[in-house]
Structures are given as structure tokens and as C-alpha cells.
Design a protein around this ligand. Structure first.
Ligand SMILES: Cc1cc2nc3c(=O)[nH]c(=O)nc-3n(C[C@H](O)[C@H](O)[C@H](O)COP(=O)(O)OP(=O)(O)OC[C@H]3O[C@@H](n4cnc5c(N)ncnc54)[C@H](O)[C@@H]3O)c2cc1C
Length: 417
């Protein structure tokens, strides 16, 4: 492989696919390199043996009225559900279901928490969630878990800037056919060189050269879409090294972890009138949200995040499966164990092309999202979820940053005299 093009795009996730589509529409030539054997990156749907889709990564079209993937899904006939919030949850704590008044107290605790975060931020304090919120409320452990699911990091590792700045319209619409299916169908016409990892990027006044095991690509500039987990590893060597301020931004936006553990189990095992999701709190374990038989599929999906997800991923698939089964047995009784047929799990930390789930601003570092988004010498252009300042950690956020980078390149390569 060897080529000379206007732009070389590294990574074919939502950001990379968006950037190349916009670059092509603007008349620029490009090559897209993707290390993995499929496009989509963290948008990845696997079809289970019973034919049902399972999203290992993104599943919800967040902030739906601002989310360009809604229109794409409509155009492609990909099925999704319109909802307010996330739909109904039931809470099981201290060996019983919580009643409506107790759950209402949980919403009040959440509002108080949001107010504390907003107050600290308005005083100019970029600090951790841990240092900002009430620690003694009965709901603290659950609300910590909720923040950890949303950011993939534990509350001592999250800047309150991430909670404040995320643009949430509270419309979270699940993609029934799979968000990964949606992204791969949207990008299906984009020519991508699969199984082609970029190993080195040389950049300077004359342009950019990207090395791969299959040859070299020369271009006027490069779009870097890989995760901050990949950027902080030595997988891609930059020659010369990235400027110190860029390296500092990468280090300040590490990936946390978030895994989905799916058990194949007949949905009729669960009571018909139960909410679609249960949150199980039991002594000695972090809370766990488990989706039950969503969309009529025969499965239960446990959601684990933060350090606990890392710990479970390292403990292995048998331990992870057991953790979800135990949580279910705690609520529904031990007979349930015999109903579990098989399991499938994500393992994002161990995925060497991603190295975690999504980016978190470390306390004091929220401003680094803007820094990461800055181009270097009009040669290296950065996009991907971590570079968004209001839709970070999301698939549509990644897409929007890919479109932003294409505009930046258009200005440099086409519109400048
Ligand atoms: C468990 C989980 C749940 C999530 N849930 C949601 C959700 O419900 N809704 C939502 O909106 N978002 C969700 N997200 C986040 C969302 O999936 C991501 O923010 C988004 O997909 C990131 O897209 P990206 O293009 O920035 O990065 P990526 O998808 O990581 O794309 C980067 C690409 O670069 C490739 N690459 C890496 N190294 C190289 C190399 N050396 N050379 C060439 N290519 C390389 C990778 O293989 C990858 O394909 C979730 C993520 C996870 C992990």
C-alpha cells in the first residue's frame, strides 16, 4: 500500500467515518486506516446465536433531539425506541423493593447533588465529584454508581466539569437493532483499509507520512481519531513527538472502563410487571443495574463500570458472569441460576485498539477537552469523543467532532489562499 492523498484518517469509528464523509463531500481525497477488522470502534453490535443484537459499546442515542444519528436511523430503517429518560427502573435494597416514596427521595438526593455540583462549578472550582457531593445520604452509593456509568470512572477521578458541561436533553433513545449496526450501515459506503494499524506519524512543514505494516501513506494532513487510551500508549509513534501541551491534554483525559455482561436467559423467568431495569444493592458489592428482557429479547444484561469493571475484567469471564448471576439470585432466588444458558461480555480495557470505555476529565482538567481538540501546526487534526466539550463520551459527540475537523481542514487546504 502506498498513496498520496489530501488527508489520511486514522480510525474508522464514528468520528473517523464522519470526518471522511465530510471531507469527500468537500472534494478532498483521503485514505482511512482502521486497525480492527471492522468499522465502528466503540459502536459495535454483535448478533447473538438466537439472532438478537447485543451492543458491546454504545446503545442509546443520547440527547435525541440534537443527535444526528436519529435522522440516519430513520433514513436507514434502523429500529429505535423514543423515550423520556431511560425508562423505568426498580430498586432492590436491603432485601426488598423500595417503595415510591423511597424512590422519590432518591430523585431528591439526585437534585441536591446536581445543585452542589452547579454551585461549586459556578464558584470556579474544577474539582472531583467526590469532593463536591454529600457522602452520607442513603442514595450516595447509587448516585456514585450512576455517575460512574455515565463517565466510566469513579467519583474521585471525575471533574465536575464533565457533569456540568454535558448537554443532556434527557431524551435517551435505545437503538433496538444496535447502535453498532446503525454506525456500520451509515459508514458502509466509505472505503476503509481494515486491519491496517497506523504505527507512526511523521509530521512537518511538507506534510504527513503515516506508517503501517502494509506500507506508507503520504498526505497533506492527518485526522487522529483514536481514543486517549491509544494516544497515551506507545502504539502510534509521533515524529517529532506531540507538543507537551497536547501530551498533557491526553494524560488529563484518561479512559475509564464500562462493561456489559449479557446472560442468555428466558425473559419469562422474570415477573411480567417488573420494570425493564432493576438496580440491585447488596452488602459488600457496588450497586448493579441489570436490564431484563429488553425489547422482548431473552437476556439479562449487567452493567459494571469504573475500577470495579477493571477488577472484574481482570478476574475473568467466569467471575463476571457469576457476579451478575449472584445479583439476580439475590433478588429472584437461586432457581434462576439453572436458567442461564450462556454469556457474552465486553472487555473494553483489554481491547488494544481502544484501551478502555470513554474519556473522563480528571479533576481540575476539564479545559483539556478544548486543548485536545486543537490542531497541531495545521498538519494534525484531532477529533473523537474526548475532544467534544458538550457531547463527550457519546457516539453522536464523536460524529460531531469528525464533522468539525473536516471544516477545519477545508479552511486550511481549500479556503486559505
Ligand atoms: C460500554 C460502552 C457503552 C457506551 N454507551 C454509549 C451510549 O449508550 N450512547 C453513546 O452515545 N455512547 C456510548 N458509548 C460511547 C461511544 O461508544 C463512544 O464515545 C464513541 O463510539 C467513540 O467514537 P470515536 O470515533 O471517538 O472513537 P472509537 O470508536 O474508539 O474509534 C477509533 C477507531 O480507531 C481505531 N484505531 C485504534 N488504533 C488505531 C491505529 N493505530 N490505526 C488505525 N486505527 C486505529 C479503533 O479500532 C477504532 O475503530 C459507550 C461506550 C462504551 C465502551
Amino acid at each position: 500500500m502506498s498513496a498520496f492523498v489530501d488527508v489520511v484518517v486514522i480510525g474508522a469509528g464514528a468520528a473517523g467515518l464522519a470526518s471522511v464523509q465530510a471531507l469527500t463531500a468537500g472534494g478532498l481525497t483521503s485514505v482511512v486506516l482502521e486497525a480492527d477488522s471492522h468499522v465502528g470502534g466503540r459502536a459495535y453490535t454483535e448478533i447473538m446465536p438466537d439472532g438478537t443484537p447485543f451492543d458491546l459499546g454504545c446503545h442509546w442515542m443520547h440527547s435525541a433531539s440534537l443527535n444526528p444519528f436519529v435522522e440516519t436511523a430513520d433514513a436507514l430503517g434502523v429500529r429505535y425506541q423514543r423515550r423520556e429518560g431511560y425508562g423505568l427502573s426498580a430498586f432492590y435494597r436491603n432485601d426488598r423493593w423500595l417503595n415510591d416514596a423511597e424512590v422519590a427521595a432518591g430523585f431528591q438526593a439526585m437534585e441536591a447533588r446536581e445543585a452542589a455540583v452547579a454551585a461549586a462549578w459556578s464558584q470556579g472550582r474544577d474539582q472531583s465529584v467526590l469532593d463536591t457531593v454529600e457522602r452520607e445520604d442513603p442514595w450516595t452509593e447509587y448516585l456514585d454508581y450512576f455517575d460512574t456509568l455515565n463517565t466510566s470512572s469513579d467519583v474521585d477521578q471525575i471533574s465536575i466539569g464533565d457533569l456540568i458541561s454535558y448537554h443532556d436533553t434527557e431524551e435517551n433513545w435505545p437503538v433496538v437493532d444496535g447502535y453498532g449496526t446503525l454506525v456500520s450501515r451509515w459508514g458502509a459506503h466509505v472505503p476503509v483499509s481494515l486491519n491496517t494499524a497506523a504505527t507512526a506519524v511523521s509530521w512537518g512543514q511538507s506534510g504527513v507520512t503515516v506508517e503501517t505494516a502494509r506500507g506508507q501513506i503520504q498526505a497533506k494532513c492527518a485526522v487522529i481519531t483514536v481514543s486517549t487510551g491509544v494516544l497515551s500508549s506507545s502504539d502510534i509513534r509521533f515524529v517529532p513527538e506531540l507538543p507537551p501541551e497536547k501530551q498533557a491534554a491526553i494524560a488529563a483525559l484518561p479512559l475509564g472502563n464500562y462493561n456489559r455482561i449479557r446472560l442468555e436467559i428466558d425473559r419469562h423467568v422474570f415477573p411480567d410487571d417488573l420494570a425493564e431495569r432493576v438496580v440491585v444493592e447488596r452488602p459488600g458489592y457496588p450497586p448493579m443495574q441489570i436490564s431484563l428482557g429488553a425489547y422482548g429479547f431473552n437476556c439479562a444484561i449487567g452493567h459494571v463500570a469504573g475500577r470495579y469493571a477493571d477488577w472484574l475484567e481482570q478476574a475473568g469471564t467466569a467471575a463476571s458472569r457469576e457476579t451478575v448471576i449472584e445479583a439476580l439470585c439475590h433478588v429472584f432466588g437461586n432457581d434462576l441460576r439453572a436458567e442461564v444458558k450462556s454469556d457474552r461480555q465486553s472487555a473494553w480495557r483489554g481491547n488494544s485498539f481502544i484501551r478502555g470505555a470513554y474519556s473522563t476529565s480528571a479533576p481540575g482538567q476539564f479545559h483539556q477537552r478544548s486543548m485536545l481538540a486543537q490542531p497541531v501546526a495545521d498538519r494534525l487534526f484531532f477529533c473523537g469523543e474526548a475532544t467534544s466539550t458538550d457531547h463527550f463520551c457519546t457516539c453522536h459527540g464523536a460524529r460531531i467532532t469528525g464533522e468539525r475537523v473536516a471544516r477545519e481542514i477545508q479552511l486550511v487546504l481549500v479556503d486559505k489562499p
